[in-house]
Each structure stands twice: as C-alpha cells, then as structure tokens.
Design a protein around this ligand. Structure first.
Ligand code: ARG
Length: 468
C-alpha cells in the first residue's frame, strides 16, 4: 500500500472501507489540469520569493509538466488508495523528482488547493457556456428573421389569445437567454477570485506573493479572509442557481417544441437527424432530445438543492462534507453544456409550417380584443366594449361563424357605433401591425428587436463576451 502523505501520526493502515468511502479520485481526476496549473504557479512563486530555491522550483515545474503530458495522453496511473487528485499528482511528482517534490506543498494546504482548482475549472466551463449561449441566441435570431412575416396564435392559459408574430415568440426566448448570459457573466466574476495562500484556514507564516500567483492564474482578485476562502462555495451555488434558471427556460422551450411537433398543433417539424424512432411503432418520429432536455431539468434543479443542503449548517472552516460539492457541480456543467449545444441544433432545425400557423389563427376569435379597442376609439368605455364584444363572440359561437365573417348589419345589432371601417380591425395583419408599442408584436418592432439582438451578438463576438 502507498504511504499516505498524511500518514505520520497514524499507527495502523486505513480500513479498506474507509479508504473507498473517502476517495474522490474517481470524479476529481478531471481537475488534474487545473491542479497542475495551480501547482506550477505556486512553485514558481515559491522560487521567486526564495522560500525554495530557483532550481528546486524549476525541477518541480518540469516534473509537473511531464505529469500533465502523461495525464493528457492517458499514460498516468491513478491510484485510488491515494484518495484524491492532489495526492495522486504529488506522489507521482515524488517518484519523478525525489524528495524535493515534498517542498511543493510549502505554504499550501489541500483546502486552498481544491478551492483554487475548482474555481479554475468552473471559470473554463462558464466561458464555454457563454460561448454556447451566444450560439443559441444567434440561432433564435436567425430563425426569427427567417420567419418575420409568419403570424401565429399567441396563447395564454394554452388557449388562443391574440395573433402574434412567430418571430416575436422566438425573440421572447432570446430575452431569457440574454438574461442568462448576464447572469453567467456575473458568476464568472464571482468565480474569479484566488483563494490560494489561505493555506489550511489561517493563512501561512511564509512570505508568499499571493498577487503573483493570482495574476499568473488569471484571477482578478485574491480572497480577503482565509477562513472564508477555504470554506466558501457560494460561487458554485451561483453557478448552479444560474444553470437551474437556464433549465427553467430550456424546459419551457422544449415543452413548446414538443407540443408544436404533435399532430394536434403541427406548427413545426424537426429534421430526422434530430429525432428518434420507436422500437415497436414504425411510423413514429419522436422529439426525444427535447424531452430529455426537459427531463434533465430535474437533475439540474436537484444539484442546486444538493449543494445547498451540503453547505447548510457547516461550521467554519473546511469540512470533508465539501468534497460532496463536486459530483453535482460536474453533472450540471456537463448537462448544461450539452443542452445548450443541442438546443441550438433544435432551433436551427425548426421548419415552420406557416400555413398551419395561419390556419390555427382562424380558431378562437383572436381579434376580439381589437374589436373592443375599436369601440373604445369610438367612445365606449373599455369595460362596456368588452361586454359588447363578449356578446358578439357568443353569437359567433352559436352560429358557428368567425368574427370577421359577420356582416356590418349583424355587427351593428350589438352596437350602433360599429361602422364600415371595422373590418380592418378584424384582420390578423391589422391586429399585429397595430401593436406598435415598444416591446409589442408589430412587424417593425420585432424587426427592431432582431436588429438590436444582432448588434448585441456582433459586439459580444468582438469583445469575447466581456463583463457588463
Ligand atoms: N478531496 C478533498 C475535497 O474535495 C480535497 C481537500 C481535502 N482536505 C482535507 N483536509 N482532507 O474537498
């Protein structure tokens, strides 16, 4: 059995079950590249400040670089009895360069080390997520522009409400993902603080240069309180909460895609390569990807609650409970990145059945509010106008007619205020184009929204998604 780095005070070998139960190597080995980057920065600083000699620092750095290559090429042998990624790498370094490897851990603890590793890891994931959000938003904008003239029924309570542009509906999701983008940018800022130098909990007596390490690792700041720094997982909570909000949005979009693809709606179709079939019903083409993204929302919400529960009631400072932060975090990272990429494919793949959307607008007296607004312009208070139009709708239902099919005489039975000019108020195009209010569904407003979004996206492209 490998000698434990912490084995000095122990008189007996660790119980096998304890060893298995406490090991995290199976999941934390993915932190290895970040662990090594952090260690290299730390070693360089130890050499520069004279805490170890320059030669020792260089030896350590070269050894770590070799280990990084071995891990990358799959040649590294992970040993579960060495518990975690940090001790595996340290033990390998010792085998490579001898006892000088033991100097790397000067002025450092695994507590500030793991907090650093996971921040570096999550910063990369957040950057990748931001790039994927941008692609998704771009896909939404392109699909909106492609379908700028398509009118559909807008819904409330899943009942036909008022006509809207299909593009306006898509751009509503653009807004959600834009807010998500802003949220993840804020999370990136929160992540980007360097805890290294806090050591176990109280700081270190060695004259380390924390700013040097932080700047080498691209951190914007160093943590302000060593006890907080080793036990703080708020940045993870923020990430998990932001991801949960994103999944609330994704699952709403998926629900609509699933509904729209059903024959009852038949508003859209998706390409074959994004759908799957049934093993028994040969005719089936199912939106499984959308269903799975909707379904995976469960684990993403759950992961947030897992970490909240792990953190609740933890006394300062580091407690081994904190090792339980990683699996939920990694799971949400993987699920989020995959879902963003697949949602982009789904949005790009949407084929809008414009004639079906139009036909759906025939049902549900979609321009009833327009008729009420018309009466208001003729001088009737809105509540009275609402009542008059309600009676007209009841008449239509009884006769099996549509609002815009009634004759002027029929309409005038309900109000003498109605005149020949009413009919332009009853068309779908008229209804949509009158909603010129900022944020409304009039074609020129929606086109403006699309232009604004295109401008935002191209600015972000140039800046690489800077903080707001
Ligand atoms: N594997 C541990 C974790 O993920 C690393 C830190 C261990 N620190 C300790 N004092 N046992 O949290």
């Amino acid at each position: 059995m490998a000698k434990k780095p912490w084995g000095g005070r122990f008189g007996a070998e660790t119980n096998k079950l304890v060893e298995e139960f406490t090991a995290s190597i199976a999941f934390d080995k993915r932190l290895a590249p970040y662990d090594i980057r952090g260690s290299i920065a730390h070693a360089r600083m130890l050499g520069k400040t004279g805490i170890i000699s320059q030669e020792e620092a260089e030896l350590i750095i070269r050894g770590l670089q070799e280990i990084a290559r071995e891990i990358e090429e799959g040649r590294f042998e992970w040993r579960p009895e060495l518990e975690d990624v940090h001790m595996n790498i340290e033990a390998a370094l010792r085998e490579k360069i001898g006892p000088v490897a033991g100097k790397l851990h000067t002025a450092r603890s695994r507590n500030d080390q793991v907090a650093t590793d996971v921040r570096l890891f999550l910063r990369d994931v957040t950057e990748e997520a931001l790039a994927r959000f941008r692609k998704l938003r771009k896909a939404l904008v392109e699909k909106a522009r492609e379908n700028l003239s398509v009118i559909m029924p807008g819904f409330t309570h899943l009942q036909h409400a008022q006509p809207v542009l299909f593009a306006h509906h898509l751009m509503a999701y653009y807004e959600m993902f834009r807010r998500d983008t802003q949220r993840f940018r804020a999370v990136r800022k929160e992540i980007n603080v360097c805890p290294l130098g806090s050591a176990a909990l109280a700081g270190t007596p060695f004259p380390i240069d924390r700013e040097m390490v932080a700047s080498e690792l691209g951190f914007e700041a160093v943590s302000r309180n060593s006890m907080d720094a080793v036990s703080d997982r708020d940045f993870m909570l923020s990430f998990l909460a932001a991801a949960a909000t994103t999944f609330a949005h994704l699952s709403r979009l998926m629900e609509e895609i699933i509904l729209w693809m059903s024959p009852e709606f038949s508003f859209i179709d998706l390409p074959d390569e994004l759908c799957t079939g049934s093993s028994i019903m040969p005719q089936k083409k199912n939106p499984d990807v959308a269903e799975l993204i909707r379904g995976k929302t469960g684990r993403v919400f759950g992961n947030l609650l897992t970490l909240l529960t792990v953190l609740k009631g933890l006394p300062l400072t580091y407690n081994r409970d904190l090792q339980e932060d990683k699996e939920p975090l990694f799971d949400t990272c993987d699920t989020l990145l995959a879902a963003l990429e697949l949602t982009t494919l789904l949005v790009e793949g949407i084929r809008v059945k414009a004639e079906r959307l139009r036909a759906a607008c025939e049902e549900g007296h979609l321009t009833a509010t327009d008729l009420a607004d018309y009466l208001v312009l003729k001088g009737l208070p809105f509540r009275d106008a609402h009542h008059v139009v309600g009676r007209i709708v009841a008449y239509c239902e009884e006769k099996g007619r549509r609002l815009w099919e009634l004759s002027l005489e029929e309409l005038r039975q309900f109000s003498p205020l109605i005149e020949e000019d009413v009919f332009e108020w009853l068309t779908l195009e008229g209804s949509v184009s009158r909603r010129k209010v900022k944020g409304g569904t009039a074609p020129e407003r929606v086109e403006e929204a699309i232009l604004e979004a295109e401008r935002e996206l191209s600015l972000e492209g140039e800046e690489g998604g800077e903080d707001d």
